[in-house]
Design a protein around this ligand. Structure first.
Ligand SMILES: NC(=[NH2+])NCCC[C@H](N)C(=O)O
Length: 407
């Protein structure tokens, strides 16, 4: 693909000049977090909501200043919800929750049917409590506490990277592993299936399939994906994605990378991200430790060849066809700084072009190392956003980057 015939959509690498990205500006769903539910909702603290929004606006502002189109989930959803078939699909998926029961389910469908698209879009992300819902003739409702949820909030919606991922010209709506996040894909799925902008885009995956999260999928170079397998993505999910990607035809090698099943390394993109064509920022201990299985297919995904495991960085260099991938370490050589900055998403950077990356300002040591290596680092504040344990990469889902060859 040259710049002239590059598709309106598509992502063939982590670093091609970023053209369009999907973000979610955090809103009322963060106000639902309490010290009792934050663990189950996958937050490590209780964010100050206005400050988190201001930080997010700085992130979006940085992208806009660099010519990136910013699409917001809230606006896309509201536009979809103008369509009767999209409203119907949403209502069916929300009211299918067996915890509601027949009566409350029916009442909730009627409640949702009365909401304007924008309000409906907000409720779907912010959730709805018993007291906000109002009166009901159901036993379920009578037996709920006032602040209990009729619709659960989705505070992790701002991590748009996880619920969908673009592979070439196609999009994979993923299958999220954690109960607190599962409903996110009914909303991203709705956008990709119903929004006129995306309706014609080929769909590679769906939420009923084996667990797969976008934070585990790295487009290392054209034709080459790395897929982390650990707390979220399962081996079965990685295998399914590989088959589908081979079948679709743009990918020739999928590297499946086992990662520790711990919160600190919930996704591959918490351990490493690409900051340049052949340079990665990586948590130092992972450099030797990470291994990869190399998956290829001679028949478009019908059968798979599985080789390895061998050292991830060697497998990656082989698959990409370069001598080596240069590593810039998170933190300093001392373990403590490295561990602190890895935890604070020091290597969860978002490349805007080869050698230009957005990073949280707090990771001063990692950012200085990146700068020393010649990477232009655009810093954003993240003291509140960071309590959700995600950085610039997870808070963004690129849908268009310039082709790697032209970047
Ligand atoms: N791709 C990522 N690293 N995403 C971060 C997601 C953070 C979110 N709180 C979760 O636990 O799921």
């Amino acid at each position: 693909m040259s710049a002239n015939d590059a598709p309106a959509f598509g992502v063939d690498s982590e670093v091609g000049r970023l053209r369009s990205v999907m973000l979610h500006r955090p809103g009322g769903e963060l106000r639902r977090l309490t010290p009792r539910n934050n663990g189950a909702l996958l937050f490590d603290g209780i964010p100050w909501v206005e400050r988190a929004q201001a930080e997010h606006d700085r992130f979006a502002g940085t992208l806009l200043e660099h010519g990136v189109e910013v699409l917001y989930v809230g606006a896309l959803l509201a536009e979809c919800l103008e369509l009767p078939e999209a409203r119907e699909a949403v209502s069916v998926s929300v009211t299918a929750d067996p915890r509601l029961g027949q009566t409350l389910g029916r009442e909730l469908a009627a409640y949702l049917a009365d909401l304007e698209p924008e309000r409906l879009a907000a409720v779907l992300v912010e959730g709805l409590t018993k007291e906000e819902f109002g009166t009901s003739g159901s036993l379920r409702h009578k037996m709920m506490r006032p602040t209990e949820f009729v619709i659960d909030p989705l505070p992790n919606m701002m991590f748009t990277r996880d619920s969908s991922v673009w592979i070439g010209d196609a999009v994979a709506v993923t299958s999220l592993a954690m109960p607190a996040r599962r409903r996110e894909t009914t909303l991203t799925g709705l956008i990709y299936h119903h929004h006129p902008r995306f309706a014609a885009v080929p769909k590679l995956y769906d939420p009923s399939l084996e667990h797969l999260e976008g934070g585990d999928v790295l487009a290392l170079a054209p034709g080459v994906l790395a897929v982390g397998v650990g707390e979220r993505t399962t081996p079965a999910g990685a295998e399914r994605l590989a088959r589908k990607a081979f079948e679709h035809g743009r990918i020739h090698t999928v590297l499946v990378v086992p990662i520790a099943q711990r919160r600190a390394t919930m996704h591959l993109d918490t351990v490493c991200t690409m900051v340049d064509r052949d340079r990665m920022v990586m948590y130092a201990p992972a450099e030797q430790r990470l291994e990869a299985y190399t998956l290829t297919s001679a028949d478009g995904g019908a059968s798979l060849s599985i080789k390895g495991p061998k050292r991830f960085l060697d497998a990656a260099a082989d698959a990409i066809g370069v001598d080596r991938i240069e590593i810039i370490h998170t933190g300093e050589r001392d373990v403590v700084t490295a561990e602190r900055e890895q935890w604070d998403d020091g290597n969860n950077t978002l490349a805007l072009a080869p050698g230009i990356a957005v990073a949280y300002e707090r990771n001063t040591v990692t950012n200085a190392r990146l700068e020393r290596a010649g990477i232009k680092v655009l810093t954003i504040p993240g003291s509140e956003l960071g309590s959700g344990r995600g950085g610039p990469r997870c808070m963004s889902c690129p849908s268009a980057r310039d082709a790697f060859a032209d970047a």
